[in-house]
Ligand binder design. Sequence first.
Ligand code: FES
Ligand SMILES: [Fe+2]
Length: 389
Amino acid sequence: MIINLWYVAEWSRNVTDKPLKTKVLDQNLVLFRDEGGNIQCLADVCMHRGGSLSNGWVTDGNVTCPYHGWQFEGSGQCVHIPSAGADFKIPNRYRVDQYDAEEHYGMIWVFMGDLPEAERYPIPPLPEFDDPKWKMLEAEVTWNAEAARVVENGIDIAHTSFVHPSFGGDSSTNEIDSIESNEYWGKSVNYMRPPAMKGWRKNFRKEGQRTRATPEWYLPGFIVRLQVDINAKMNIIMFDCNTPVDENTTRTFALQGRNFFPQKMFDKGSLKRLHKVFDEDKAIVEDANPFYLPETMMNEVSVETDKFMTGFRLARRRLIEKNGWQIDSFAKRDLMGRKVVTIPSPNRRRANERGDGWVFDSVPMVPAKNSGKEEQQTKIEPQPFLADD
Ligand code: FES
Ligand SMILES: [Fe+2]
């Protein structure tokens, strides 16, 4: 699991002025709306005696711990301690980690890390969301799988022939037209020859009709975006935000958009087909081994048509090996139930710079390569087909 990225923590509509518990990167979070309706996101653990803030309530825009009634404002600072009396000056150190939260596309995005704003990869664009030509539907899926495996499956064109019979044609006829990428994003244009659509939709796409499919991956949000151009006028997009709830669980906040048949009567069939596709993927991905994406390219093999997925793997490994942004889940597991560790937040970073210190320790991290702290070297071995990249 990787810190210092934006992730989707919840649907916007679920967050009110009543605290809501959610989990991202194996950390419980409390989400609530303050008096101005702004989303606030704090680590869901009180630094007094470990109360869960999400079991509390909101008082004058502050989340109130249900154990002894301490109140925390949106910045994470404790602002009221009933038992200490009005004269008690609350130290700066009485605060919990606060994570930046924004609302986009009907979802709450939280920045899980302490990187300054200017250095963050942006929240991926979804221009169709506000475009009246597009009808957007929401869906949600929980996978017993690691988020990186889920992303890789979503951008894999070749599996459709075997896992999704309604869409995959003969995989040997798939063509990769182009691939482009930067350090946090990649896009590939492909042409496929899928089977004809079924039933009343049969005239929209004929058997083996050359069909464009454009998958994209984004590291922020662990997003898979897929556009399928059924024909010249009918396009479908998927925008799946694959949130690592913990290292074994991924919660996908999915939006499906179509620029045809805006009527509500078509939504039910669309959603049914979408969930069928997710079920087909889950049956494969949840049983894939190793459970986690392999740490090197040496322990699996790839062919030319896997090149786009390899780009995602390499970009992700850069965050781990160059930036040192991977949580050491095994070290964290050793601390379970004995010690609270939280994902570093910008206010923790500022407090440390001021020398104020912080009550909770930071979650253990896998050291970056060449940081002098690594115990064991793992190499990214280039594959022959990457030679031209
Ligand atoms: S544990 Fe939260 S107020 Fe005491
Ligand atoms: Fe799939």
